[in-house]
Design a protein around this ligand. Sequence first.
Ligand code: 2SA
Length: 486
Amino acid sequence: MANSVSSPSVSTPLSADQERISLADAEPQIALGALDGRYRSAVAPLVEHLSEAALNRNRIHVEVEWFIHLCTEQALPGLPSLTEEQIAGLRGIVTGFGPEEVAELAAIEAETVHDVKAVEYFIARRLESLGLAELTPLVHFACTSEDINNLSYAVGIRDAVEQVWLPAARSALDGLRALASEAAEVPMLSRTHGQPATPSTLGKEIAVFVHRLDRQLRRVEAQEHLGKINGATGTYAAHLAAAPDVDWPALAQRFVEKLGLTFNPLTTQIESHDWQAELYADIARFNRILHGLCVDVWSYISIGFFRQIPVAGATGSSTMPHKVNPIRFENAEANLEVSNALLDSLGATLVESRWQRDLTDSSGQRNIGTGIGHSVLALSNVTKGLKQLDVADDVIAADLDANWEVLGEAVQTVMRAESIAGTTGMENPYERLKELTRGRRVDAEKMQEFVAGLGLSAAAEERLKNLTPAQYTGLAARLAEESARR
Ligand SMILES: O=C(O)C[C@H](Nc1ncnc2c1ncn2[C@@H]1O[C@H](COP(=O)(O)O)[C@@H](O)[C@H]1O)C(=O)O
């Protein structure tokens, strides 16, 4: 039979010949990325530490402190002692670095086509008004750009993690701890392989995540931030050429430690970035565990174990008015995945550099803020999502009551103990319970009838007669409570 479907129209698409207002040229600029667009408010605190402007402010900070350090240490003949006022003036270049200065620096960089050289010229411009014009050669003295960059990144990453990521992670953990404690005694059917298994409590299952996330968080807290300032190939060659009698490694170490960093004594041109890879691996592992939590909570919501508290005025679905969707956890899942894609890539690529350096790390590191930003965004959504959950004890209880066969494990284990204690008739406990329960639904009556017919000792029979799936939770409540208190 001939095809009766007519061929598609070849008329011009509707918008092709229509003029549109350019979004790319709009002022103020429209963000390309989601973090600077719809999610800006959740990640704005990171701008202080990991934006390009913050990197430049940190570069100015490092250059200025190096200038002061060289004077304080009298590293070169002829260096003056700086007055308090001059030191304050120099540090004022850092504190006064705002939007106008960002634009000024960008204009200098447009000429130098070298970002760190632009910072050097920017500082030099300001020395005159501080009465320090004759010390212009001291700016960036004996430094290669990476001396400034590695220290600036280390300061920025440290501050971003300490002041933004860790507090966000701790907030999410506080929410989880509260849930673990609230649901510590709520018995819940477990599902291993997705099939009914020995019950637990909802709180204990959440506490497992708290415990795991907390361990990763402690690794992040303990992370060292390494820095170096040893010249173009890590040999202090220029330093020694200019001032042979100075103990430059010791002077450099004092400087790095003054910045609150750990001294790296041996490098090529670049700080090796191994500590960054360690940090990103730890954050990525934290992200992965949190992703697991989001998936589990999503699934518990889906089977009704959590009810979501509707937010006044909010809409679930654009067409199905009854719905409250678990969007906070879904958003977090997606952002944790994006975060890890970047953090994994950074961790893998930053630790390699050809010979004494290549510049791939420079371009890669521009994405640190985005990598950490997507994790911060996910954390903020998890924290919000947890606040909108209500434990549905009734649904969880009904699920448990429909699965008495999970007591099979308890009965066969008691029978083994009875057999060892000398009670007769306890042969083949596992096999007998398998016959009763495997792949079958067993209700309370059937299970109790089975137990009564076993010939157990009076004490064991009493214990099993009173056991329900809801009571067969072992130490789950205690484990959850102890963990929530830690
Ligand atoms: O102290 C130095 O500069 C030594 C030099 N190595 C470099 N070290 C650090 N930065 C350098 C280097 N080379 C270039 N650039 C400048 O890096 C910027 C790279 O820009 P992007 O690709 O956007 O990250 C961009 O601004 C580049 O100009 C060397 O020859 O070994």
